[in-house]
Ligand binder design. Sequence first.
Ligand code: TRP
Length: 380
Amino acid sequence: MPENQQHHEEEEARVVVEPKEKVILTGDRPTGRLHVGHYVGSLRERVRLQNSGEFDKIFIMIADAQALTDNADNPEKVRQNIVEVALDYLSCGIDPAKSTVFIQSQVPELFELTAYYENLVTVARVQRNPTVKSEIKMRGFNADIPCGFFMYPISQASDITAFKATTVPVGEDQLPMIEQTREIVRSFNRTYGPVLIEPEARIPEGEAAKRLPGIDGKAKMSKSLGNGIYLADTPEDVAKKIKSMYTDPDHLRVADPGKVEGNAVFTYLDAFATDEHFAEYWPEYANLEELKDHYRRGGLGDVKCKRFLDKVMEETLAPIRARRHELEQDIPGVYEVLRAGTDRARETAAQTLHEVKNAMRINYFDDAALIAEQAQHYQA
Ligand code: TRP
């Protein structure tokens, strides 16, 4: 069958389920503390959406089971980082009264869903996922790739659909997971009936927020490269990191013209600086465009720009750091928040799993008609 015809038939057979409410589900792997890339790439947007009042329910998941897919030999790392991620969430403004924060592995319904979704996805389809492809390459996996890691996009579809999420606020690298989830939803609803909701990704606006580089100007922040600024860093650490930040290697003297493209200081300013920051800390410029123009013309030194960036970032990071210090004094309280959230998340996931099993007609013990029918068959 030609591909477009096949596509057409799929469209025709599409079962559309209208969501009853607006629901957010999102999460992070607890493999380390969160950094400012997480903040501008996703956390800031989650807090904004949470406080917008636009959503009926918000679920934020600490994806420890997903973290284990490539850390099977190091569960201790995952175990230690759950509380770090929880502290980062709460100190950024995730409010447990508005958002349900929970731990993935403690919601077993998610793994049951995954078992059924796995039958709706081909190996070839998983192999085409560009994010999985690049992660496999980064980790040097070949045929030795753990099955769980290979299939984590399917597990992620369970995370999203278990809560009937309509919106998934994530970084750009997660788009292939949302696409995969939508395909699973369509396939499930077509095969078994209208149960699951197709989610939409919500990614941050602006190139800088989508891809905040490390302080070395390299593509991504990572612990192994030691190029990240963390939400929990001290003001001294942040200042030191900004001082060493990659700029324009050809901008040798203050008088020289400078380049802002690929210059980490300007990418960070793109992500963090507002006109109010200029009014408060550097009124010689009305906004970032004026600053960039001056830098391009020449006559503006890196040191001054870095000092400004430090003030701008501290304005964001200082209150986060202060809240974190407070929360760190009550770790049992943080675990209580996670426990209560996990209980609530489990109720919702169990309801969806129930609907899924009904649609698949694998709810044998609740199926009086099936039992009666077969009883009659053998009596006749
Ligand atoms: N894959 C995400 C990450 O690496 C974490 C995650 C797991 C997630 N399940 C999810 C994100 C569901 C959004 C929705 O950060």
